[in-house]
Design a protein around this ligand. Structure first.
Ligand code: NDP
Length: 398
């Protein structure tokens, strides 16, 4: 099962996937210029001309998430359009460029990217590259005078995140992290429920984001190569649970403890962990338990339990198909706050508003940095076997 399928399907398909044997990620060398991912549908005709005032984006990295999720959603945005592409695979670049109506002069390789500075049709870039490349490419984009949307996780370390924020400030350009769940109706409704104490006082948050990675090695899949991915499932998938714990509690943890496990002799886990489990304590007394795995049947789940009620989302953070059940007393209500798929265009339009009207960014670089600091604390706790006390900005005390 691919990660995309896991997100789309959540736990509902866990049994079917386990039985299907369709777990292979496919062997491909890690390098710039990847082949066209399987299952991509390119538009039959180029998109209509952009609205006046629309922000032109360059997409950097034509991989799975860019081609299957982000690029097709630009037509739903009233304020953004695709103006340029950046890829290391010239054939793919030409095919995708033709399909999306991107003129040949607005198709860049990684080598001639700096020329994008002279392309005034491009105001922003969307970095959809392996995590280990985010910091360098954000710096290059800011040096070219562009605003940046950067995929999660923001970068491999807090110091890389700080470099990105500093580059954004120097260039006086916006930096937003593609935390799409902040723009997704079910997650927004859940935030509203906890913030308005619809569950009473929040006591417990439980999240689980897992899927089973097929046969692969660090040489064939960047998601398990430490230099490109960090520690593994936490950065890639567990980050949704970490984010949910923070946006549902509305607090920063003051203490956390964690464990991380890596089975010996499994080439998938030569460099990264297979499982990470975290317990976080918040100043209000709320506790969050966050579990993530690359080696168990797919699940995408968030639960929050207060003194008078509970909410359950299962799947919780998918591209579509999310659910939200509210239980209070004897009442059990399935809520339908809107189409989850609006999250992509809403996220793009949010950055356009920040660029055009100067509105604050809900998911700025500082949020990406905060989360990377917490992940550093999680690994520090797992390595020492002790709990870690945190400052309000997520850095470790002592
Ligand atoms: P893929 O491996 O499918 O695509 C990454 C693309 O990056 C490649 O196709 C390639 O594009 C380019 N690339 C450049 N250098 C390298 C390199 N050294 N190794 C591999 N690829 C390289 O990854 P995804 O699209 O799944 O993930 C990309 C980013 O998006 C990650 O940060 C990931 O965390 C994030 N993501 C976010 C999701 C969300 O829901 N918010 C969901 C999935 C991913 P080209 O061939 O054009 O050069």
């Amino acid at each position: 099962m691919t990660r995309r399928q896991a997100i789309e399907a959540g736990a509902a398909t866990a049994a079917a996937v386990a039985a299907s044997g369709a777990l292979a990620q496919g062997a491909r060398p890690i390098a710039e210029g990847q082949p066209m991912p399987d299952g991509v549908t390119l538009p039959a005709s180029p998109p209509p001309a952009p609205h006046p005032g629309s922000v032109g984006f360059a997409i950097i990295g034509l991989g799975d998430y860019a081609l299957k999720q982000i690029m097709p959603r630009f037509v739903q945005s009233g304020r953004c359009h695709i103006a340029a592409l950046v890829s290391g695979n010239p054939e793919k670049l030409a095919r995708v460029g033709d399909a999306y109506g991107v003129p040949p002069e607005a198709r860049y390789s990684y080598d001639n990217f700096a020329a994008i500075a002279a392309n005034s049709a491009v105001e922003a870039v969307y970095i959809i590259l392996p995590t280990g490349l985010h910091a360098d490419w954000a710096e290059r984009a800011f040096a070219a005078g562009k605003h940046v949307m950067c995929e999660k996780p923001m970068a491999l370390s807090a110091s890389e995140c700080e470099r990105m924020i500093a580059a954004s400030e120097r260039a006086d350009r916006k930096l937003m992290i593609g935390y799409r769940c902040h723009f997704e109706p079910y997650n927004r409704a859940a935030m509203e429920l906890t913030a308005t104490k619809a569950l009473g006082d929040l006591r417990l948050i439980r999240t689980e984001h897992s899927y089973r990675l097929g046969p692969a090695t660090p040489a064939t899949n960047w998601r398990i190569a430490r230099a490109q991915t960090g520690g593994g499932p936490l950065e890639d998938y567990g980050i949704y649970g970490l984010q949910a714990a923070l946006y549902l509690s509305g607090e920063m943890p003051e203490q956390l403890s964690a464990s991380a496990f890596r089975p010996e002799g499994d080439p998938r886990f030569a460099e990264v962990f297979a499982h990470v489990a975290v317990q976080m304590h918040f100043p209000s007394g709320t506790v969050a338990q966050i579990v993530t795995s690359y080696d168990s049947a797919g699940i995408n789940m968030v639960e929050a339990r207060g003194t008078t009620g509970a909410l359950r989302m299962h799947p919780a953070t998918g591209y579509g198909g999310n659910t939200l059940v509210l239980e209070t007393g004897r009442e059990r209500r399935a809520m339908e706050p809107g189409d989850p798929e609006v999250q992509f265009a809403a996220m793009l339009d949010h950055l356009a508003a920040a660029i055009r009207e100067g509105t604050p960014i809900l998911t700025p670089g500082e949020m990406g940095l905060r989360d990377v600091r917490l992940m550093e604390a999680i690994y520090a706790s797992a390595a020492s076997g002790r709990s870690v006390v945190l400052k309000p900005d997520g850095t470790m005390r002592g």
